[in-house]
Design a binder for this molecule. Structure first.
Ligand code: NAD
Length: 297
């Protein structure tokens, strides 16, 4: 299949490479010339603008952009995709954005005759490279069925979450819970250690008791408890605190629009905001435990 791919960053580039590996032909665009050059080297063709990418003879266009403003600009802008793409070309946005914006862009695409799916991912850059991402997909069932084999070249779990925007709903709900659970584990671990317990023994108890969760048993934030997690390497790599802050902002904003209380989500957002203001936004999000520890080794 001939696929257009726009947005070749930390996630988009490895995802696009996996589409090439699966035998698809790709036309790509990114504002960064070096990002485009990397994909051209791997066998893709370059387009010089979103308009030219849209005018290429593609059957599907996938976008992987930083935030809603970029997505709206790329799809709805004067020289954007919808202004140039022919009706019938299928559109898939895998960026993480708020559900309201996803629905707005999908509605404009449908009015133009282009079926659109929101398909945000989880699994991080490691999952993008390994082709094991989870896709949370919103849109019509028939469009999901068409896209499923394409997404399967980049991911392992591909879940239809309902109508337009519901992929983003699943993503913001999951990541809000992840932010809250990481802070909960950080608070409990720091308390136990401050009261005199060994961190590894405490983690072992939690991980066989009712407090167990992904943040405690797979990604424990306390240094020395686990190998191969960011806490074991000074909180480098992993999922940046600023990306968690972005996702918590999406959750609290979506909640505001729905007049739905998210008391712990809002508290988590404020904690990450404070952590980012202190200059730690580039650290892995599990470094939030440093807010609870007097001295960090
Ligand atoms: P990134 O900043 O590394 O990449 C974004 C790319 O988009 C860049 O190459 C940039 O040049 C390009 N871009 C920006 N505006 C553009 C435009 N107008 N036209 C063309 N290209 C443009 O970001 P990323 O880490 O790849 O994340 C992409 C999305 O995936 C975000 O919404 C993020 O929240 C989400 N996400 C990221 C991770 C992660 O671990 N990095 C995990 C899950 C989801």
């Amino acid at each position: 299949m001939h696929i257009g791919f726009l947005g070749l960053g930390n996630m988009g580039a490895p995802m696009a490479r996996n589409l090439l590996k699966a035998g698809h032909s790709l036309t790509v665009f990114d504002l960064s010339a070096s990002a485009v050059a990397g994909l051209v080297e791997a066998g893709a063709q370059a387009a010089d603008s979103p308009a030219l990418l849209a005018s290429a003879d593609v059957e599907v266009i996938i976008t992987m952009l930083p935030a809603a403003a970029h997505v709206k600009g790329v799809y709805l802008g004067e020289d954007g995709l919808l202004a140039h793409v022919r009706a019938g070309v299928r559109l898939i946005d895998s960026s993480t954005i708020d559900p309201h914006s996803a629905r707005e862009v999908a509605k404009a695409a449908a009015a133009h005759g282009n079926p659109m799916l929101d398909a945000p991912v989880s699994g991080g850059t490691g999952g993008a490279a390994a082709g094991t991402l989870t896709f949370m997909v919103g849109g019509e069932a028939a469009d999901f069925a068409y896209a499923q084999p394409i997404l399967a070249a980049m991911g392992k779990n591909i879940v239809h979450c309902g109508g337009a925007g519901n992929g983003q709903v699943a993503k913001v709900a999951n990541n809000m819970l992840l932010g809250i659970s990481m802070i909960g584990v950080a608070e409990a671990m720091a308390l136990g250690v401050a009261l005199g317990m060994d961190a590894s023994v405490l983690a072992g108890v939690i991980n066989t008791s009712s407090g167990r969760c992904w943040s405690s048993d797979t990604y424990n934030p306390f240094p020395g408890v686990m190998d191969n997690v960011p806490a074991a390497r000074g909180y480098s790599g992993g999922f940046g605190a600023d990306l968690m802050l972005k996702d918590l902002g999406l959750a609290t904003e979506a909640a505001r629009q729905a007049k739905q209380p998210v008391l712990l989500g809002a508290a988590a957002q404020q904690l990450y905001q404070s952590f980012s203001q202190q200059g730690h936004g580039a650290l892995d999000f599990s470094a939030i435990i440093n807010l609870y520890r007097a001295e960090h080794e």
